[in-house]
Design a protein around this ligand. Structure first.
Ligand SMILES: Cc1cc2nc3c(=O)[nH]c(=O)nc-3n(C[C@H](O)[C@H](O)[C@H](O)COP(=O)(O)OP(=O)(O)OC[C@H]3O[C@@H](n4cnc5c(N)ncnc54)[C@H](O)[C@@H]3O)c2cc1C
Ligand SMILES: *[C@@H]1O[C@H](CO)[C@@H](O)[C@H](O)[C@H]1NC(C)=O
Ligand SMILES: *[C@@H]1O[C@H](CO)[C@@H](O)[C@H](O)[C@H]1NC(C)=O
Ligand SMILES: *[C@@H]1O[C@H](CO)[C@@H](O)[C@H](O)[C@H]1NC(C)=O
Ligand SMILES: *[C@@H]1O[C@H](CO)[C@@H](O)[C@H](O)[C@H]1NC(C)=O
Ligand SMILES: *[C@@H]1O[C@H](CO)[C@@H](O)[C@H](O)[C@H]1NC(C)=O
Ligand SMILES: *[C@@H]1O[C@H](CO)[C@@H](O)[C@H](O)[C@H]1NC(C)=O
Ligand SMILES: *[C@@H]1O[C@H](CO)[C@@H](O)[C@H](O)[C@H]1NC(C)=O
Ligand SMILES: *[C@@H]1O[C@H](CO)[C@@H](O)[C@H](O)[C@H]1NC(C)=O
Length: 571
């Protein structure tokens, strides 16, 4: 391991003094066991500052092991194992990341009771924030003691951005306030809006909006955090083609900055911070307390789903059917629909496609080219189309429940032009065949967000989204029983599958929230032409680099060493 020395300070040292000219050698965040690590008494004192809301991490799977956290408990462990792949199991925890790679088998529920259960990659402590005052106290303590700070909301992040070894977490999950603003007025927007506390999850926002006859942009996944990584990273979901991405909805952010200031960031106030937070990625510019988003009045929402199997078909016919569907996406998304589809070697499923403000008959008409091909080719399929009178009813009626994604992932935004060009579409389908042949999963979320954000607003969403037809996610199954066995599939994603997709889509990029966390040249792939401007805004609002998250803007100045210590590069 690279040599390091750590800074140590007595309590009460002013924040400005802490950051006085750290030398290269000294530049690591304080780690548990270091002399600079706060004593028990200092943690207790900090706990009083945050009203007793400091939580010492107990790894979620502790009941599955005999460890310092307690004895093995067979029934509690069995219950955890049977629900481990549900987001709900992790999102109420103060520490557990959903992405299994980032749990690092530190306390693995599927491993033997005698195997280790340590905090490992989990934060050491979390502050269960009840409001902005807890944000200020947590950021100040982390800055003064030079602790690694993590912002944890739901724990969905695939890049492990909401977890971190030796860290103190600002835990936003319990900020559940929602408020309807009937008539929001600004230079850029007049209409209904919803103010969402940092911990509000997609389905909770759908319910709150519905009660006022409204709908908001959120994920296909019910549990992602709308004011958190979802909207800060872009945010795709059923209303995208009708209303734009999650980031395009933001009217204003209420934040606490690294320096402890409480600010409003909107297109007219602290507009650089507004711009960066809307699409420039979570966990790096400031800590969001609430987001106010555009709300939409929908009279009708239609939904269709479709599945067919490869059984009994020649591969050529199967992939021709897939090709027919994919080639319909530019027209379908232009007409206002959004789609989630999954392609496996043995089955294709569209679950579902949504047409906001679209009658069922119109959505059905858009599906005809695909259905006609299936009929013509004698391919059996299951198809349903239904009409609802609100997004919430449509969601509850026809959206499948999402598991935590048990795959090593890669991802690429596919330009509309690639799908519209017969030659490159053939090449894309051939890549899909290749990936499926090796057991890979391929998924797409299709939308047309070319006309957003509305009202002349600008934001930091990677511009390649605007001419993409879908976000393509590829994956190889995660082996939960053998952590090390996942290394080879991950390398296949990074070194074989992703380069093929990249070669076909030069100049495009990847959705930072659904990508390969080992993506080479991620600054360009994730943040595109905005990277330089985003880094300047990061440096302006967080000059002492309190905020860090893997692949976040500015994280290229830092590295995580084996064992989890976070240090500035060059130490
Ligand atoms: C099962 C599953 C389904 C998904 N479905 C979708 C989908 O339908 N559409 C889609 O677009 N994406 C989807 N995603 C990806 C999702 O958008 C990202 O995982 C996103 O990071 C989730 O944000 P979060 O705040 O809920 O998660 P967290 O993991 O808690 O946080 C993610 C990041 O956001 C930062 N952050 C969180 N809260 C704040 C805050 N208040 N202030 C500043 N930074 C903050 C954190 O530091 C971290 O960097 C899905 C992921 C999973 C695992
Ligand atoms: C913080 O204080 C509360 C209330 O006294 C207590 O329940 C909790 O265990 C304390 N947290 C830690 C980490 O000691
Ligand atoms: C084991 O866990 C269950 C469920 O959480 C709990 O009710 C029970 O008391 C635990 N048993 C022991 C011996 O701690
Ligand atoms: C979803 O997760 C649950 C709980 O862990 C598991 O029982 C189930 O098999 C998973 N389903 C799929 C399709 O992976
Ligand atoms: C389509 O949705 C209906 C609910 O309306 C559900 O019963 C069915 O299983 C779904 N079919 C597919 C193919 O997803
Ligand atoms: C496909 O076949 C089904 C069943 O015969 C029929 O109801 C449907 O109209 C056909 N659709 C198209 C697009 O040809
Ligand atoms: C498009 O490519 C496919 C597969 O190569 C070919 O069968 C088809 O004829 C082509 N269509 C056009 C319009 O060129
Ligand atoms: C279609 O794609 C091929 C292969 O990527 C490319 O060579 C060709 O120039 C494209 N045609 C058009 C009209 O863009
Ligand atoms: C992750 O696991 C590896 C292998 O057990 C271990 O060497 C490393 O220290 C762990 N990382 C953290 C942060 O715990």
């Amino acid at each position: 391991m690279v040599a390091f020395r750590v800074l140590c300070f007595s309590i009460g040292t002013a924040v400005s003094a802490v950051f006085a000219q750290p030398t290269e050698l000294e530049d690591c965040k304080c780690f548990p066991g270091d002399p600079c690590w706060p004593s028990e008494a200092e943690w207790a004192s900090f706990n009083r500052t945050v009203g007793g809301r400091l939580v010492a991490t107990v790894p979620l799977a502790a009941p599955c092991h005999d460890s310092a956290f307690g004895p093995y408990n067979e029934s509690a462990c069995a219950a955890l194992r049977s629900t481990w792949w549900f987001p709900e199991t992790h999102m109420s925890s103060s520490s557990s990341p959903m992405a299994p790679y980032f749990a690092n088998a530190s306390c693995d529920p599927f491993a033997a009771p005698q195997s280790q259960c340590v905090r490992g990659t989990d934060p050491q402590y979390a502050v269960r924030a009840a409001g902005a005052a807890d944000y200020r106290a947590t950021l100040a303590f982390a800055a003064a003691r030079r602790l690694r700070l993590v912002i944890r909301n739901t724990g969905h992040d695939y890049n492990g951005k909401s977890t971190g070894a030796g860290a103190l977490a600002l835990w936003t999950h319990h900020l559940k306030d929602t408020a309807v603003v009937d008539a929001y007025e600004s230079a850029h927007y007049r209409g209904p809006a919803l103010r969402l506390g940092a911990g509000v999850q997609a389905h909770e926002a759908y319910v709150a909006a519905h009660a006022a006859g409204l709908a908001v942009v959120g994920g296909a996944c019910a549990t992602v955090g709308l004011a958190g990584g979802y909207s800060q990273g872009a945010g795709h979901g059923p209303l995208n083609s009708y209303a734009g991405l999650g980031a395009d909805q933001i009217l204003e952010w209420e934040v606490v900055t690294a320096a402890g200031g409480q600010l409003t960031a909107s297109p007219v106030e602290n507009s650089d911070l507004y711009w960066a937070l809307a699409g420039g990625g979570g966990g790096t510019y400031a800590a969001v307390v609430s987001a106010t988003v555009r709300a939409h009045r929908l009279r009708v929402v239609s939904v269709a789903n479709l599945t067919f199997s490869a059984a009994g078909l020649s591969k050529d016919v199967y992939y021709d059917a897939v090709r027919t569907y994919i080639s319909s996406l530019p027209a379908m998304t232009r007409a206002g629909t959004w789609h989630n589809w999954v392609l496996l070697a043995d089955s294709f499923s569209l679950h579902p496609t949504v047409g906001p403000e679209m009658e069922a008959s119109d959505l059905d008409a858009l599906m005809q080219p695909t259905l006609a091909f299936l009929n013509r080719s004698g391919i059996p399929y299951e198809y349903r189309v239904r009409q609802f009178s609100s997004l919430l009813e449509a969601y509850d009626g026809m959206f499948p429940r999402d598991n935590v994604t048990e795959f090593s992932l890669g991802g690429r935004l596919i330009p509309r032009s690639v799908v519209e060009n017969n030659t490159s579409l053939t090449a894309l389908i051939n890549i899909y065949r290749y990936i499926n042949d090796q057991g890979g999963m391929i998924a797409g979320s299709a939308m047309d967000v070319s006309g957003f954000p509305a009202g002349g607003v600008q934001n930091a969403v990677n511009p390649v989204w605007r001419h993409s037809v879908f976000n393509n996610v590829i994956g190889l199954a995660w082996d939960p029983l053998d952590f090390a066995a996942n290394k080879v599939p991950q390398e296949t994603i990074t070194n074989d599958f992703m380069p093929k997709l990249e070669a076909l889509t030069p100049g495009s990029g990847s959705y930072s929230n659904e990508a390969d966390f080992r993506q080479p040249d991620w600054q360009d792939a994730f943040w595109g032409s905005n990277y330089k401007a985003l880094k300047e805004i990061k440096n302006k609002y967080d000059p002492h680099e309190l905020f860090y998250a893997l692949t976040a803007v500015g994280s290229d100045e830092w590295t995580v060493h084996e064992g989890g210590r976070l240090c500035r590069i060059g130490t």
